[in-house]
Design a protein. Structure first.
Length: 402
């Protein structure tokens, strides 16, 4: 396959070197098209050495070969990584004042962008509008992630890791529409159980793994119904695309109602949301204060087991998946997953080890997948998109062909 990798001028350009290497190791013919600003971060000799092809930046180079359109015409995939705010704006407006711009206008291949910029730029109305325009035209997007940025800042805008971009690109290259005709219902995020009008009991789930599952399933051709629980706008945004219907939920009771509405008719139901086991028995009508002179006593009652209920009501042929976040390790981690699968009578349990610095609020994940025979049928490590595709690979084998 012929892959064109556009590199725009951001510090994340150094990551694109590894991305190009991954494509080359796959055996693809890779052509790098850096902007002039990109070459201020990574020099032309590096791109030529890694890609094994000549690199130019100007529309006036290789004029007899009409390089300014030929690259786009021959490409099977165009990846822009990093895609800065400036580059995304130029793409949305159709500006072609350099070789990358003309290549993007000349191609009929799928286009995948990996945004990278500071949080304020990513959240600016202009960038949001440009991203909506690009998505409406069928441009595929991976990331950005939330994490450390240049200058000591941190927040959404960090470019996805090369492995995640590579996984998304591989899906597009393979034309993996292996979920075409299937309906997938996914829950994501974490429930919140109100204590009073200002406080709640919650958990640290960001919703990233559930969102990755929804986006991956949609890109592989499925109709996706997503229940989103208390997910920040930047995390949810990749799921706001054709093929995914989003319904919001807050508490466990809300999520139960939403899942009861979206699960019927679904071929696969994935409960990736972190659901509170307990709720407050008596929610206060006003804020609990210290003025009463005593420490309030909060009584908890058990919430409905949503995934067990979905499994009990499953339709013939429907596959139900539970997630298990555990602080155990090794054999005990698998043993807990097996017990959970049996107790809830689900078809598959995806279990991952969590802790203060792993699992929740992290860009990466490590998941073991336990099947009906209580054996580990898959293991996946890496970005949450990589994990999502690995789990979907397992689930595709459990659903009847369409």
């Amino acid at each position: 396959m012929v892959i064109v990798v556009g590199v725009s001028g951001g510090i994340a350009a150094y990551k694109a070197v590894h991305l190009v290497r991954l494509f080359v190791l796959d055996g693809h013919e890779v052509h790098v098209v850096p902007t002039d600003d990109a070459l201020r971060f990574v020099g032309l000799p590096t791109w030529e050495a890694i890609s094994r092809n000549r690199v130019t930046t100007s529309v006036h180079d290789d004029v007899p070969q009409v390089r300014h359109v030929a690259l786009g015409q021959k490409a099977d995939l165009v990846v822009v990584a990093p895609a800065t705010a400036n580059t995304l704006a130029k793409m949305a407006a159709g500006i072609a004042d350099d070789l990358l711009g003309t290549t993007l206008l000349a191609t009929r291949a799928p286009v995948l962008v990996a945004p990278a910029m500071h949080t304020e730029m990513w959240q600016h109305d202009a960038t949001l509008a440009n991203m909506a325009t690009l998505r409406s035209r069928g441009v595929h997007v991976v990331g950005p992630e939330s994490g450390p940025l240049t200058g000591g800042d941190s927040g959404p805008g960090r470019m996805s890791e090369p492995e995640a971009i590579h996984a998304a690109a591989s899906t597009l290259l393979a034309g993996r529409h292996d979920l075409e005709g299937l309906v997938v219902a996914v829950s994501a995020g974490g429930t919140r159980e109100p204590v009073d009008p200002v406080r709640f009991l919650g958990n640290r789930s960001s919703g990233r793994q559930g969102i990755a599952l929804a986006v991956a399933a949609a890109e592989r051709g499925a109709e996706v119904r997503l229940a989103a629980c208390n997910i920040e706008a930047d995390v949810l945004r990749p799921a706001e695309r054709p093929g995914i219907t989003v319904t919001r939920a807050g508490s466990a009771a809300d999520l139960s109602t939403v899942m009861a509405g979206i699960a019927p008719g679904a071929d696969v139901v994935i409960m990736a949301a972190a659901v509170a086991d307990y709720r407050v028995a008596d929610i206060a009508d006003s804020k609990l204060t210290k003025e009463a002179g005593r420490t309030p006593v909060i009584t908890l009652v058990e919430n409905e087991d949503i995934v067990a209920g979905l499994a009990a009501r499953r339709e013939p042929g429907q596959v139900v998946v539970a997630f298990a976040a555990e602080t155990s390790t090794g054999d005990e981690l698998v043993a807990r997953a097996v017990r959970k699968r049996r107790r809830k009578d689900v078809d598959v349990v995806a279990v991952n080890e969590v802790g203060w610095s792993k699992g929740f609020e992290s860009a990466d994940n490590h998941v073991l997948v336990v099947g009906r025979d209580d054996a580990v049928v898959a293991e996946a490590s890496g970005s949450k998109r990589v994990v999502a595709d690995a789990l979907l690979d397992v689930l595709r084998g459990l659903t009847p062909p369409r």
